[in-house]
Design a protein around this ligand. Sequence first.
Ligand SMILES: NC(=O)C1=CN([C@@H]2O[C@H](COP(=O)(O)OP(=O)(O)OC[C@H]3O[C@@H](n4cnc5c(N)ncnc54)[C@H](OP(=O)(O)O)[C@@H]3O)[C@@H](O)[C@H]2O)C=CC1
Ligand SMILES: Nc1nc(=O)c2c([nH]1)NC[C@@H]1CN(c3ccc(C(=O)N[C@@H](CCC(=O)O)C(=O)O)cc3)C=[N+]21
Length: 296
Amino acid sequence: MTTIPPEKLIDGKAFAEGLRKQIAAEVQVLRDQHGIQPGLAVVMVGEDPASDVYVRSKCKQTGECGMLSVERRLPADTSENELLLLVEALNKDPAIHGILVQLPLPRHINADRVLNTIVPEKDVDGFHPVNVGLLSTGGQALVPCTPLGCSLLLKDRLGDMSGMNAVVIGRSNIVGKPMAQLLLKENCTVTLAHSRTRDLPAVVKAADIVVAAVGIPEMVKGEWIKDGATVIDVGINRLPGSAEGKSRLVGDVETAEAAKHAAGITPVPGGVGPMTIACLLRNTLTACKRLHGLED
Ligand SMILES: NC(=O)C1=CN([C@@H]2O[C@H](COP(=O)(O)OP(=O)(O)OC[C@H]3O[C@@H](n4cnc5c(N)ncnc54)[C@H](OP(=O)(O)O)[C@@H]3O)[C@@H](O)[C@H]2O)C=CC1
Ligand SMILES: Nc1nc(=O)c2c([nH]1)NC[C@@H]1CN(c3ccc(C(=O)N[C@@H](CCC(=O)O)C(=O)O)cc3)C=[N+]21
C-alpha cells in the first residue's frame, strides 16, 4: 500500500462496497416485485492470469449481489465464428441481460466484429458503436464501467465540476475517450492527452482534475500535479515483485509524491479497479430494467 494521508484518500474500495449494497437492495426489489433476476454473462477466450483474477472477482460479486452469473470459458484456439455464435446465443437468451467479452482477445479474432455483435441493449461494457454514439450525443447509453466509476468518485468528491480544467491522459476507446465525454458532460474544460502530446508536464500542471490511463508504471510524476488538484489513477501495472516472486500492483501515477500536491487521489489497488466491477453490476441492473421496460 502507498502512503496517502487519510483526508486525501479517495477510497474506491469503500465506495464500491456501498454501491454494491445499493445494487443488491435493488436486485431484491426486482425479484420480490417483478420476479426478475438480472443475469450477467462473462466470456473469456484463452488463459490469461491477470484477466483470470478479474473475471473471478466479477463472477463472485455478481452472485453476492443476487444476480445470475454465467461464466463461459473457451479455449485459446476458438474460432471467431464459434465466438460469434456464442454471443448470438447470449443475445437471444432471456435470462441474460448483460454480456461482457473479456479483452484482449487472441489475435486471430477480430475484437471489433465480436463487440459489434453484442446487442447494444446488453452491452454492459458500453463498447458498441451505438452506445459510444449515444454517450457522445447525450442519449440513454450504457456507459463504459471504468470511466463511469471514475466519474462517480469525482462527483462524490468535488460535487459541481463546472468550469474545472480536466486532463485525461490516454485516448483508448475503453477508458480515455469515454472519460473525456463524461467530464465534458459535467461541464469541465477537457484536454485529452496522448503519446504525441507536447509538454505533458505543463498540460497536467494546468489541471484541476487529472485522470491517468496510460499503462506505464508511475509515469505521471508528483511534481507535475497542481496544488489542490484531484487525481484519478486508472493504471493497473503488475510489477515483478520481491525475491519470493510476489508481484506488486502500481498505477500510472507516482502516488506518494503526487499526494503531497493533490487534494485527493485514488490508490492502486483499492481505487478505480473495484469501482469498475461495481459499475459493471450497475450496468447489468440498468440493462435488465430497460429490457423489461422498467424505470431506471
Ligand atoms: N482500473 C481499471 O478498471 C482498468 C484499468 N486499466 C488500466 O489503465 C491503463 C490504460 O488502459 P487502456 O486505456 O486500455 O490502455 P491503451 O494501451 O489502450 O491506451 C494507452 C493510452 O496511453 C497513451 N500513452 C502511451 N504512452 C504515453 C505517453 N508517454 N504519454 C502520454 N500518453 C501516452 C496512448 O497514446 P496513443 O493513443 O498516442 O498511443 C494511449 O492513448 C492500463 O494500465 C490498464 O491496465 C484499463 C481498464 C480498466
Ligand atoms: N471487456 C472488458 N471489460 C473490462 O472492463 C476489462 C477488460 N475487458 N479487460 C481487462 C480490463 C482491466 N479491468 C480491471 C477491472 C478491475 C480491476 C480490479 O478490481 N483491480 C483491483 C486489484 C485486483 C488485483 O489484485 O489484481 C484493484 O485495483 O484494487 C482491475 C482491472 C477491466 N478490464
